[in-house]
Design a protein around this ligand. Structure first.
Ligand SMILES: NC(=O)C1=CN([C@@H]2O[C@H](COP(=O)(O)OP(=O)(O)OC[C@H]3O[C@@H](n4cnc5c(N)ncnc54)[C@H](OP(=O)(O)O)[C@@H]3O)[C@@H](O)[C@H]2O)C=CC1
Ligand SMILES: CC(C)(CO)C(=O)C(=O)O
Length: 301
């Protein structure tokens, strides 16, 4: 399956690198990374030990492939969609965190099936041309509104063929909302308190994380997606426990003075709740605090 990976930073380089073991892959990356990959290939480290030779470019326009995998941060999805719309793809798959990415892609890529996915692999792009897998996980994918279409099956087969642990499921909306509820509980708290994921397992941070997660689960149900409080709370505790020593992506963003995905995570919960007249005070406060930090650092208006 010929695949373009749009936004080959940490996750995209890992997924693109693994796919390149079996398939033709184009990485769309920033020029320093793309150049290093063109010159010396892509080094996979950590949980994998390999060197692969995907094509790499910093110009994501007018590309054609069977599949485009989108791995930019949520706030770059609109620009990625505009670039992809100048090319031609049989299907597009988002592996991003947060909600709303698939809608943005579908809105700008009329006629192209947009699949949804979640990734629990851990990836860090260490330097140009080098990506480290910091934890093996799984990719779950399917149709963005539920169901398993032929493109979803084919993408699942291609990923599995490349040795990527992959499940194709018929209830992606539930998976996306459950992942959102987990991220809503862990990410802003660990970011604002500069702690690892395990910090939300006990003490006052635990209450706060559980409140944020339960609020997100309630909003999911109001949006017609069956995520129970019990499922969401079990999920946040399980993930925090399994990733206890890890620094969440939002905590990494604050440490590096980078824009966060708050709008697509807690901000999304707040927006959907407001549309339905539901109070989500914990998500509202966490969203406001992270946005205030971004504003104070000059990262957002
Ligand atoms: N890393 C991980 O382990 C996991 C990440 N995720 C999710 O995956 C998504 C990506 O995360 P991650 O890989 O960590 O993020 P990164 O910032 O490492 O990767 C995104 C990359 O895309 C680049 N980019 C953005 N726009 C363009 C463009 N137009 N052309 C070329 N390159 C572009 C960015 O460059 P620049 O920074 O210069 O803008 C960056 O290098 C997020 O939604 C994240 O939450 C999910 C599970 C695990
Ligand atoms: C699951 C979790 C919290 C793992 O760190 C994550 O997805 C993130 O950091 O964004």
């Amino acid at each position: 399956m010929e695949t373009v990976v749009f936004g080959a930073g940490s996750l995209g380089s890992l997924v693109g690198g693994l796919l390149a073991r079996e398939h033709d892959v184009w990485l769309v990356a920033r020029e320093d990374h793309a150049r290093a990959v063109r010159e010396s290939g892509l080094r996979l480290r950590g949980e994998f030990d390999d060197r692969v030779f995907p094509a790499a470019t910093s110009d994501g326009r007018e590309l054609e492939a069977d599949l485009a995998v989108v791995t930019v941060k949520a706030f770059d999805t609109g620009a990625a969609a505009d670039a992809l719309a100048t090319g031609s793809f049989d299907a597009v798959l988002s592996l991003q965190n947060g909600m709303g990415n698939e809608e943005t892609l579908a809105g700008r890529l009329e006629g192209t099936p947009v699949l949804a996915g979640t990734a629990t692999y851990g990836a860090v792009r260490r330097e140009p041309g080098v990506v480290e897998c910091t934890g093996r996980g799984e990719i779950v994918l399917g149709d963005r509104t539920g169901g398993v279409s032929q493109p979803a099956k084919e993408v699942g087969e291609a990923f599995t063929q490349a040795g990527i642990e992959t499940a194709v499921v018929d209830d992606m909306p539930r998976w996306l909302w459950e992942k959102l509820a987990v991220n809503a509980g862990i990410n802003p708290i660990t970011a604002l308190t500069a702690t690892e994921n395990g910090a939300v397992l006990g003490g006052p941070a635990n209450d706060l994380a559980r409140e944020a997660t339960a609020e997100a689960a309630r909003v999911a149900r109001e949006c017609g997606v069956a995520v129970s409080d019990r499922e969401a709370l079990e999920a946040v505790e399980t993930v925090a426990d399994a990733t206890a020593p890890n620094t969440s992506s939002m905590a990494q963003d604050l440490q590096a003075d980078r824009r966060t995905e708050i709008d697509a995570i807690n901000g999304y919960v707040v927006d959907r709740a407001a549309e339905r007249g539901i109070e989500v005070p914990t998500n509202r406060v966490l969203t406001a605090l992270v946005r205030t930090w971004e504003h104070g650092r000059g990262i957002r208006e």
